[in-house]
Design a protein around this ligand. Structure first.
Ligand SMILES: Cc1ncc(COP(=O)(O)O)c(C=O)c1O
Length: 390
C-alpha cells in the first residue's frame, strides 16, 4: 500500500521552543530527547482545530467521550478492560512516577528498578529521599535484554516497597514477554511490592513477533498492586500537550495516590484531552504507517552500523525509536561530547546508568538519520578511531 502520511519531510523546529532542537546551535543535528520530528496525525490536528474553534478555554475536566476513547482503546489495542473509576488524568508520567514514590513508600524505604533505564526512574527515588536499588538487565545469548530475577532476589531488601518497570524498555527497546511478567508478578507478590508500570512506549512495537502485555492484565493479584502509567504522547508525538493517565484498579491504592496528588495535579489542559481522544479514536492508520517507517529506520541504522562502524555494538530491539549503542570499543573518553563536537547530538548513557553507551533517537526522516550516521562515520575516520576501508 502506498503511504498516505508524511514521514519524509518535517518542518524546521529551530526557535520553536523545542527542547530537542533549541538545545544546540543549528550545525548540530539533535538525536537525543524522546520526541519525533514528524508532524502529528492529521486526524489529531483536526480534533485540535475543532477544540480551538470553540474559542473558550476554561478549566476542563475529563469528560465522558474522553474516558470512553481511553477505555475502548485499552480494550481494542491491549485486551485490557478498565473502568472509568480506575483512571486519573495527569500532565505526564514523570510527575506521576515522582508522586508514586511519595505515595507508596516512606523515607526509610527503598525503591528498585532495572538499569539502564529512562533517567527519571533513577532521579525520582532520590528526589523523594528514598534509597535507590538498581539491578542491571542481563543479556540472553548476548542479544536479548532481560530482567535479571536472580540478581533482583539478591539485591532486594526488607525495606523495598516499589519496583519501577519500563515496558517496552527505554533505552534497550525490549518488550517483556508474558512469562517474564508472570515472573515479575511472583517477585512483587513474594516481596509485597507496589509495581509502577510505565507503559508509555506500548504502541511503538515494530517487531511483529512481539506483543505488549499490560502488567495489570497478567493476574488479579498483580493488578491489585500495580499503578499503570500510559499516554498517547510518545506514539503520536504529543508530549508538548502534556496529557497522560494512570490506571489503578485497587481502590485503596487509588485513594493513597489521590491523597498525594491533591492540590498538586489539577485540571489537564483542554488541548491535551482533545488530542488524546482524537489519537485513540482516529490515529490508528497513522500509527501503523509510523511503525513501518520506524522499522525501516531501525534497519537503516542497523545496516549502516554493521557495514561501516561495526565497532559500535547495537543489539536487536523490538520497540521504540530509541537505539542503545555500545560505543566502548571506540575508546572515546567522553563519547557524547565527542559526537557533539562533530555535529551529532546524542544522549549520554551515564544518566541512564551506563557511560559505555549512547542513545540515538531515530524518530526522524530517513535522510536526517543517514546524515547523522554519515557524520558519525566521518568523525571517527577523521580522528583515526576507525580505518578508512569501512
Ligand atoms: C519510559 C518513559 N516514561 C516517561 C516518559 C516521559 O513521560 P511524560 O512526558 O509523560 O512525563 C518518557 C519519555 O521519553 C519515557 O521514555
Amino acid at each position: 500500500m502506498s503511504p498516505t502520511y508524511n514521514f519524509k519531510n518535517c518542518p524546521s523546529r529551530n526557535h520553536t521552543g523545542s527542547l530537542k532542537w533549541d538545545r544546540y546551535p543549528p550545525e548540530i543535528l539533535p538525536l537525543w530527547v524522546a520526541d519525533m520530528d514528524f508532524e502529528t496525525a492529521p486526524e489529531i490536528i483536526e480534533g485540535l482545530e475543532k477544540r480551538l474553534a470553540h474559542k473558550v478555554f476554561g478549566y476542563t475536566i475529563p469528560y465522558y467521550s474522553l474516558y470512553d476513547s481511553v477505555i475502548q482503546y485499552l480494550k481494542r489495542a491491549h485486551n485490557y478492560s478498565v473502568k472509568k473509576e480506575f483512571i486519573n488524568f495527569l500532565p505526564g508520567l514523570v510527575p506521576a512516577i515522582n508522586l508514586c514514590c511519595h505515595a507508596f513508600s516512606d523515607k526509610s524505604d527503598s525503591i528498585m528498578t532495572a538499569t539502564p533505564v529512562y533517567p527519571p526512574f533513577l532521579f525520582a527515588p532520590k528526589y523523594a529521599e528514598r534509597e535507590l536499588i538498581t539491578v542491571p538487565l542481563c543479556l540472553n545469548n548476548e542479544k536479548e535484554w532481560k530482567l535479571d530475577f536472580l540478581a533482583m532476589e539478591e539485591a532486594i531488601q526488607p525495606n523495598t516497597k516499589i519496583f519501577i518497570l519500563c515496558n517496552p524498555h527505554n533505552p534497550v527497546g525490549r518488550v517483556y514477554s508474558k512469562d517474564e511478567l508472570k515472573q515479575l508478578a511472583a517477585f512483587c507478590s513474594r516481596h509485597n511490592l507496589i509495581l509502577i508500570s510505565d507503559e508509555i512506549h506500548c504502541d511503538l512495537i515494530f517487531d511483529s513477533s512481539a506483543k505488549h502485555n499490560v502488567s495489570a492484565s497478567i493476574d488479579k493479584e498483580l493488578a491489585n498492586r500495580t499503578i499503570t502509567l500510559m499516554a498517547p504522547s510518545k506514539t503520536y508525538n504529543l508530549p508538548g500537550l502534556a496529557c497522560a493517565y494512570s490506571i489503578i484498579e485497587n481502590p485503596k491504592l487509588k485513594h493513597q495516590f489521590e491523597k498525594n496528588i491533591r492540590g498538586i495535579i489539577t485540571e489537564i489542559n483542554c488541548f491535551g484531552y482533545a488530542a488524546c481522544e482524537a489519537a485513540y479514536n482516529f490515529g490508528e492508520p497513522w500509527r501503523k504507517e509510523l511503525l513501518n517507517h520506524l522499522q525501516s529506520n531501525y534497519h537503516t541504522l542497523k545496516n549502516f552500523l554493521d557495514a561501516k562502524i561495526p565497532q559500535i555494538k547495537f543489539r536487536p530491539m523490538q520497540a521504540t525509536y530509541l537505539a542503545w549503542l555500545n560505543v566502548e570499543k571506540l575508546n572515546i573518553e567522553k563519547p557524547a561530547q565527542f559526537f557533539e563536537a562533530h555535529g551529532i547530538g546524542l544522549s549520554d548513557g551515564t544518566p541512564f546508568g551506563d557511560p559505555k553507551y549512547l542513545r540515538l533517537n531515530f524518530g526522524c526522516p530517513e535522510n536526517r538519520l543517514l546524515e547523522a550516521l554519515e557524520r558519525m562515520h566521518k568523525s571517527l575516520i577523521k580522528e583515526n578511531l576507525i580505518g578508512h576501508e569501512q
